[in-house]
Design a protein around this ligand. Structure first.
Ligand code: GTP
Ligand code: MG
Length: 370
């Protein structure tokens, strides 16, 4: 496996190699048939031939096989785990995260219904962990699914006084669908008369069996409010992270996923995203969904201005032309021209697919040829 050659690209685009070479030359790329093309060039080339290309970044591929095979192993570095917190409404997810972050800030949101995904990074014993807080209200299924898709592991929060509820089960299903390691945090154990073992018992119906009962699911009893069991929970997260050795290549251009985006009256479109691979820099030209932009300003989860953000970092940026959608893939391109042309093409593809027409090549297809 390696990059796609000019010959491969020609096959994929149903063109003669000579045509492709001519086109490449017209694009300023001197190429021979066996020359390898990078992804940006392939995308651009497809565009030149009028093949609609959808930049659909395969998350698994990006995180595992493709990443490790396409990167120089010497460039791969350990990255912080990305952990989603999921569970039924009011079971204490935001409170738990606030407690974990308590050294830094309190959001003041706990107790209210969470309506968006919050992303934060904490540092414990010099090790970073990125957390995504998801809403538990039943209306927010899509957000939970999205949360699961971009993360490495899930904390399922179950309130000991309430037990397993519909969105607990839903959360477990999202985690399983995304093949994520699960840690169960049985919360609110400070409440009088609660029995955490009842939750454990209930969860055996969903194939989550604690180690002491012969299974392999990590359970931790916690009280987010009384700050009990928090250290143990964090230790378990770091343990799972250590076992899985999450890596990324900070040397290359950034890729990630849009967490949230909105139009701000003063600043224009504002986007929160999770950088999943590569390093995002102020000034980078990018595509997010169908939108094109150039990073104007970037702040971290603590609201501090930063110039660069490596893998597993949640950031907020300005510098977009339009507002992308939550869940949209994000990718930095070599220059503004490329980013703009790809965003334009994606917008056209989108319009066409909305109309139910056209065949198109997705990045998935492209990756299969690499
Ligand atoms: P949604 O995001 O809306 O799904 O809720 P959530 O899971 O984030 O719950 P949240 O953290 O907002 O907490 C809900 C309520 O439970 C609040 O009143 C919290 O104070 C309370 N709570 C959270 N954790 C604990 C705990 O460990 N013990 C007790 N007694 N109460 C808790
Ligand atoms: Mg919440």
């Amino acid at each position: 496996r390696g990059n796609m050659t000019v010959g491969d690209a020609a096959k994929l685009l149903h063109k003669d190699a000579s045509e492709v070479i001519k086109k490449l030359i017209s694009m300023g790329v001197m190429a021979t048939i066996n020359q390898e093309l990078d992804l940006d060039t392939i995308l651009l080339l497809a565009g030149e031939f009028g093949v609609e290309v959808e930049v659909k970044i395969p998350v698994e591929d990006d995180r595992f096989e493709t990443m490790e095979e396409n990167d120089d192993p010497a460039d791969l570095q350990a990255r912080p785990p990305v952990v989603t917190i999921m569970g039924h409404v009011d079971h204490g997810k935001t409170t738990l995260l606030d407690t974990i972050r308590s050294t830094s800030v309190t959001s003041g949101e706990a107790g209210g219904i969470t309506q968006h995904i919050g992303a934060y990074q904490v540092e414990i014993n010099n090790k970073k962990i990125t957390f995504l807080d998801t809403p538990g209200h039943e209306a927010f299924t899509a957000m939970r699914a999205r949360g699961a898709e971009v993360t490495d592991m899930t904390i399922i929060v179950v309130a000991a006084d309430d037990g397993v509820m519909p969105q607990t089960v839903e959360a477990i299903n999202h985690a399983k669908a995304a093949n994520l390691p699960i840690i169960v945090a049985v919360n609110k154990i400070d409440k009088p008369g609660v029995d955490p073992d009842r939750v454990k018992q209930e969860l055996t119906n969903y194939e989550l069996v604690p180690e002491e009962w012969g299974g392999d699911t990590i359970f931790v009893n916690v009280s987010a409010k009384q700050k009990m069991g928090i250290e143990e929970l964090l230790e378990m997260i770091l343990l799972v992270a250590e076992v899985n050795e999450y890596k990324a290549n900070p040397v290359k251009r950034a890729r990630g996923t849009v967490i949230e985006a909105e139009l701000d009256k003063g600043r224009g479109p504002v986007m929160r995203l999770l950088v999943q691979n590569g390093t995002l820099k102020v000034g980078d030209a990018f595509v997010a969904g169908n939108c094109f932009g150039r990073v104007r300003a970037m702040v971290n989860d603590k609201g501090r201005k930063i110039k660069e953000a490596g893998p597993s970092t949640p950031v907020e940026i300005t510098g977009l032309q339009e507002v992308p959608l939550a869940g949209d893939p994000f990718m930095v391109f070599e220059d503004e021209r490329k980013a703009r042309s790809i965003a334009d093409k994606r917008a056209i593809t989108q319009r066409e697919s909305d109309l139910g027409t056209q065949t198109r090549v997705t990045l998935d297809d492209l990756f299969q040829h690499i």
